[in-house]
Design a binder for this molecule. Structure first.
Ligand code: GUN
Ligand code: ZN
Length: 442
């Protein structure tokens, strides 16, 4: 066992339905140790003065002035797009054609994939992200490289080979039958190995033939605990294209339903151009949205309608969507989500609370993935993935956080002023011990 003494931030519950209040123990103790399966999990969390006598013999690391918080959960990110960040385009479709597809072609080379995977995982950890749902490319080698690197770092990572057998250029386009055989072989090789999970990954409706979508749906039925990930209703030109491809379909989202791709553990990025029938379909099938505000602002895609999502009641969590998204930092994503909420699609928008923003990138995102109670929180039984935040990381952060008169004010200071400098250390749960990743400060 091992214990950590610091201020500790966690949530009082696991689900959106419970009142998941944020709690800050100003002088807290987090005790971590193995569970029956040998996983390193939280054994106790609470005030230091209450817990210290019970755990007197346990080696304790003290982080004075620091805040321990749950590791962040990013539920939509593309590892092959680290070099696509900041590529200007008129909108999604020219961005894909001019920047994204040409970059992704390089991942047919295992060496290229391996060095990108190493950089990507290090960047997640540097930013405090300890669970991610990621796209690879259409090349199986790119998936192997990513999983191998995640496994080495004991990261909880879910990923998949992109399916794209039409409307895609040579070098990234795959072949229908082979793509489904490759997907199944990758599921068998990686799903459930250590902390890894597989996601069946049709890129989006325009890039997949009906036969490929049908095959993906059949695999999703055969492997119910495997994830599904895709994009939907991100951009108006994309929505119009899907209408041309499926003129008889009720909506873009309903095409995924038609092919058996709507179910719990199915995560759809964006979900912007939705009506209430689409929202009800998300809710009734148990699918979840990956809200990607920096991407939506950068590509001019539109604004996720928080009020609509909450009115109908479907599940969602926050995501960076690098490289459409502009930052790995959960602080940047939470701030962009705040801006998007303010703008909204309703007249006045909503003012998302800092606690709710933080929840959407930790416990709420975990719940959207079907991993509520496993990651994204620091209650007993949760896997011990956490960050050590330094609220004095910059002069302005130090000045501002010192004046916070409430937990909401403290969280908002960090959301608005924070970035990778705030994350002093990322600790990953692993069988036997917890591994620290001190951040190199350039
Ligand atoms: N739609 C299809 N592919 C992509 C992608 O790589 N990024 C984004 N943002 N949207 C997509
Ligand atoms: Zn995406």
């Amino acid at each position: 066992m091992k214990a950590y003494r610091a201020s500790i931030l966690y949530f009082s519950g696991f689900s959106d339905q419970e009142n998941h209040r944020a709690v800050l123990e100003s002088d807290g103790l987090l005790v971590v140790g193995p569970d029956a399966r040998g996983r390193q999990v939280v054994q106790a969390v609470g005030p230091f003065h209450q817990l210290a006598p019970r755990f007197a013999g346990v080696p304790t690391e003290h982080f004075p002035g620091r805040i321990i918080a749950p590791g962040f959960v990013d539920i939509h990110i593309h590892y092959p797009q680290i070099d696509v960040i900041g590529s200007p385009a008129e909108g999604l479709l020219p961005w894909l054609e001019n920047y994204t597809f040409p970059h992704e072609k390089r991942f047919s080379a295992p060496d290229y994939s391996a060095q990108a995977a190493t950089f990507f995982i290090a960047e997640l950890l540097r930013n405090g992200v300890t669970t991610a749902l990621a796209f690879a490319t259409s090349h199986p080698e790119s998936v192997n490289a990513l999983f191998a690197e995640a496994q080495k770092n004991h990261l909880r990572l879910i990923a998949g080979k992109v399916l794209m057998d039409q409307n895609s250029p040579d070098g990234v386009r795959d072949e229908t039958r082979q793509s489904l055989l490759d997907t199944e072989a990758l599921i068998q090789r990686w799903h459930g190995v250590d902390r890894l999970g597989y996601a069946i990954t049709p890129r989006f409706v325009p890039s997949c033939s009906a036969a490929q979508l049908r095959g993906a749906g059949e695999l999703a039925a055969r492997y119910p605990d495997v994830w599904v990930q895709s994009h939907v209703a991100e951009n108006r030109d994309e929505v119009a294209w899907v209408r041309e491809l499926y003129p008889e379909a009720r909506s873009y989202l309903s095409v995924y339903e038609q092919f058996g791709l709507m179910r719990p553990r199915a995560i759809y990025a964006h979900c912007i151009h939705f009506n209430d029938e689409d929202r009800a379909l998300m809710r009734s099938t148990g699918a979840a949205a990956a809200v990607s505000p920096t991407s939506n602002l950068f590509l001019g895609s539109g604004f996720f309608d928080y009020a609509g999502a909450d009115r109908v009641g479907f599940s969602y969590g926050l995501a960076s969507d690098v490289g459409g998204g502009t930052s790995f930092s959960p602080f940047h994503t939470m701030l962009a989500a705040y801006y998007v909420g303010r703008e909204g699609q309703t007249k006045s928008g909503v003012s998302l609370s800092p606690q709710h923003l933080w929840w959407q990138h930790t416990g709420g995102a975990a719940q959207a993935l079907g991993l509520g109670g496993v990651v994204g929180n620091l209650l007993p039984g949760c896997e011990a993935d956490f960050v050590v935040l330094n609220p004095q990381a910059t002069p302005l952060l130090a000045r501002k956080t010192a004046q916070a008169a409430s937990l909401d004010e403290l969280l908002f200071s960090m959301i608005v002023l924070g970035d990778d400098r705030l994350v002093e250390k990322t600790v990953i749960s692993q069988a036997g011990s917890a591994a620290g990743h001190p951040q190199s400060k350039l």
